[in-house]
Every structure is written in structure tokens, then in C-alpha cells.
Design a protein around this ligand. Structure first.
Ligand code: LLP
Length: 403
């Protein structure tokens, strides 16, 4: 049991709390599922990019899946070795590509023919060879929220099979490109195995057909996407996931690379807010808390469900309530019509499953400093990010007041 009250008293609210031991359990479970196979787990830094979180994974031997050069730099700072870092994303700038090549990361995950051309040109300018992988878009419906679905041709991600093949042939012929991997990622919060299996089959067939023309790849990158329980979802078991992937890879001797984010961190995290007021607008009951959509955007952006726990002395009758923050937007809510007892000033509201895509999607909207972050490890709490102050928020603007 986590003593949320003590944490809120010590570190104040709003506050993110992450159970590092839970992250370890998840990491080990995934590793165990693929036991005996060549595997790199490349933690998807975007899910929770706090340096101490990334360092925690680095210590367990994890690599990093990055989507900007900023994330690549975080991975290096946190101690992830260059040979376990990959860089994906549909819109890498020339500067980002240059730095990735100079840093000699495992590979750049290329998402278009035009990008392949840029990577080749920049590698040539640097007099280097860039290892690459190509993100294949298998045109499979992942059956998840449309905003986090990425494996259909309607989505901006990756390239279709015939384009991918053409790109591999081009890369293989280039003095400055070394095609080492193949990648797919069809979406996030996946709770069905079938679309993953179907995608892996398609991609494995392409690997075989490339081998037939002497293009031998080394990495089979299955992306991230494993769903978690926010509520009562049935989720994919790591063992079944591994078996499905291995089933598609029969006869192929490639290192598996996977890029989990949410699976490793989401249920390690809690977002703590204090109750400011209860209010009633006609029939509608609201609890206003000190955390807001700028801290945790998922409910506002995706109408995402997060379990809410109220920490209060009041054990009275529960009634439906909207839990809302102070930001001036009607979308600023954590839950709607949630059953909670009457809450008093300074009671705590804990939002569960907040360890992935929580803090990282935060902003300073309404000139609100972002929350502090705290790690729990072996029963001890420690701060891993300070609360942002007003001075932090204006630091990059202040000097221009005089002009
Ligand atoms: N690899 C690639 C190429 C990705 O685009 C993503 C996530 C991952 C790995 C990690 O996926 P995960 O294992 O965490 O599902 N903000 C949204 C999620 C966006 C996911 C973006 N890509 C949310 O709050 O649900």
C-alpha cells in the first residue's frame, strides 16, 4: 500500500508518483516471455521520459526507442549504450539525422523514401555509413482508439510493402546505408493479439523475400503497443505475445527488438491532486481539484478512462461527480459521473495508471508549473523532478521585457 497522504504532505500536490519496483516487474515479465531468444527491449522513452525512469531501465539492460533527438540525448544521459538506441518518427530534421549518425546509434528507423534520401545524403556528407531500418505499414486495423492507431495506410506512419522493398534494394546498393532492420508498430493500447500476429506475418514474409535477393536483415522490430488494464480490459499476456511473434518468425534468425512504453510504466504511476472545493451547478455535482488537464491530458484528449481513488475520512454514500481542474476549459476533467463520497477541502484524489503519457504530455497552459515527480523504490521515496516555479516558466521570456 502506498501512503499517498504522506507523499502529498511531503512533496505537495499536484504530484506524480512512480513505483519503480512495478516497472522492474513488468520489464522482467516481458524479458522472461522471450527467454532463450536474442532480444533487445528498447523502452519507448516517450511514455515517460524522466531521466531517472530511463536510468532505471538502463540499469536493467534496456535499450531506448526515441522519437526526437531530445529523447536520444536523454537516453545517452541516462546511461543507455549507443548500440541499444534507435530513432523513429515520420519527421526527422537534417540536424537530428546528422546527430543520430554521429552518435552511432543502433539504427535510424526510416519512414519514407524521401527520408531515406536525406539519411543517405547526410551520411555521405559525414563520410559514414548509417545503419537503417524501415518502418513497414502493414495496413492492419489494430482495433484501438483512432488517435493511437498507426498501422493503416490512412495513418501517416511507415511505408507500404512494395515501397519498403524498393527502399531496401536502394539502401543495399548504397555505400552510405546499411539496412539492418525491419520495423512495424500498428498502434498503442492493443488488447487484441490477432492484428499484431497478422502484421508480424506480413513483415516476416518481407524479410524472407529480401533474404531471397541477398538482403539479410539482423533486427526484427515489433514496435510497442501492448495494452494495459485501465479498467477491466482483457490484456495480452507477455507469453502469448512472444509465442505469436516467434510463430511468425519460424526459420528466421533475427534479433527481436521490441519497444514497449505503456506496458512498462503506465500502472506504476499515480497522479495526486488535492480537493479544493465541492460545487453543485443545478443537478450537476463537481469536485474541483488542484491538478488539471495541463498535468494529465489523456481524459481531455481521448476521453480516456482512469480509475480514481478518493482518500477521505468520509465513508458516506457515493454519488456521481465530475472531477475537474482549475483550467479554463470545459475539457479539463479527469473523470465524469464517477461515484465518490462527499469530499472535503484537502482530501486527496488519486488518478491511477498515470505512469505513461502523463507528465510527458503536460504543458504550462494557464501559466501552471508542471508537477513534481517522485520515485518509490524499495519502500523509499525520492524526488526525481522538482516542481516548476513561476521563475522557471518565465525564464526564457523575461529578458525580452526590456526590448
Ligand atoms: N514505438 C513506436 C514507434 C511508437 O510510436 C510508440 C508509441 C511506441 C513504440 C510505444 O507504444 P506503447 O508501448 O506505449 O503503446 N499518447 C497516447 C499514446 C501514443 C503512443 C505513440 N506511440 C496515449 O496517451 O494513449
Amino acid at each position: 500500500m502506498i501512503d499517498f497522504k504522506a507523499l502529498a504532505n511531503e512533496y505537495k500536490t499536484p504530484l506524480y508518483v512512480y513505483d519503480f519496483d512495478y516497472m522492474t516487474t513488468q520489464y522482467e515479465a516481458l524479458k522472461e516471455a522471450f527467454r532463450g531468444r536474442k532480444l533487445i527491449i528498447a523502452y519507448a522513452v516517450k511514455a515517460n521520459s524522466n531521466l531517472s525512469v530511463v536510468k532505471h531501465f538502463a540499469k536493467m539492460g534496456s535499450g531506448a526507442d526515441c522519437v526526437s533527438i531530445g529523447e536520444v540525448r536523454r537516453a545517452f544521459l541516462a546511461g543507455i549504450p549507443s548500440y541499444k538506441i534507435i530513432f523513429s518518427g515520420v519527421g526527422k530534421t537534417d540536424d537530428e539525422i546528422r546527430e543520430a549518425i554521429e552518435k552511432d546509434i543502433l539504427y535510424i528507423n526510416v519512414e519514407s523514401e524521401a527520408e531515406l534520401g536525406r539519411v543517405e545524403l547526410i551520411a555521405k556528407e559525414l563520410g559514414k555509413v548509417s545503419r537503417i531500418s524501415i518502418r513497414v505499414n502493414p495496413n492492419i486495423d489494430p482495433q484501438t482508439h483512432p488517435y493511437i492507431s498507426t498501422g493503416l495506410h490512412d495513418n501517416k506512419f511507415g511505408v507500404d510493402l512494395s515501397t519498403a522493398k524498393r527502399m531496401y534494394i536502394k539502401a543495399n546498393a548504397s555505400e552510405h546505408l546499411d539496412p539492418v532492420g525491419i520495423h512495424f508498430h500498428i498502434g498503442s493500447q492493443l488488447t487484441e493479439l490477432k492484428p499484431i500476429y497478422e502484421s508480424a506475418e506480413i513483415v516476416a514474409d518481407l524479410v524472407r523475400s529480401l533474404a531471397g535477393i541477398k538482403i539479410e536483415l539482423k533486427f526484427f522490430d515489433i514496435g510497442g503497443g501492448l495494452g494495459i488494464k485501465y479498467d477491466n480490459e482483457t490484456t495480452i499476456k507477455p507469453y502469448d505475445y512472444a509465442q505469436a511473434i516467434l510463430g511468425c518468425m519460424k526459420g528466421l534468425d533475427l534479433t527481436i527488438l521490441c519497444e514497449p512504453g505503456r506496458f512498462l510504466t503506465a500502472n506504476s504511476g499515480y497522479f495526486l491532486s488535492k480537493v479544493l472545493y465541492e460545487k453543485q451547478n443545478g443537478e450537476k455535482r463537481f469536485v474541483v481539484v488542484d491538478g488539471a488537464m495541463n498535468d494529465l491530458l489523456r481524459p481531455a484528449l481521448y476521453k480516456a478512462y482512469h480509475k480514481i481513488e478518493a482518500i477521505t475520512e468520509n465513508q458516506g454514500e457515493k454519488r456521481a461527480v465530475d472531477i475537474v481542474g482549475p483550467v479554463c476549459e470545459s475539457g479539463d476533467f479527469f473523470a465524469k459521473d464517477y461515484e465518490l463520497p462527499e469530499l472535503a477541502h484537502n482530501d486527496l484524489v488519486v488518478v491511477h495508471s498515470a505512469g505513461a503519457y502523463g507528465f510527458g504530455m503536460g504543458s504550462n497552459y494557464n501559466t501552471r508549473g508542471r508537477s513534481a515527480e517522485v520515485a518509490l523504490e524499495n519502500g523509499k521515496a525520492r524526488m526525481i523532478r522538482k516542481r516548476e516555479s513561476f521563475d522557471d516558466l518565465i525564464a526564457l521570456e523575461k529578458e525580452f521585457l526590456e526590448s
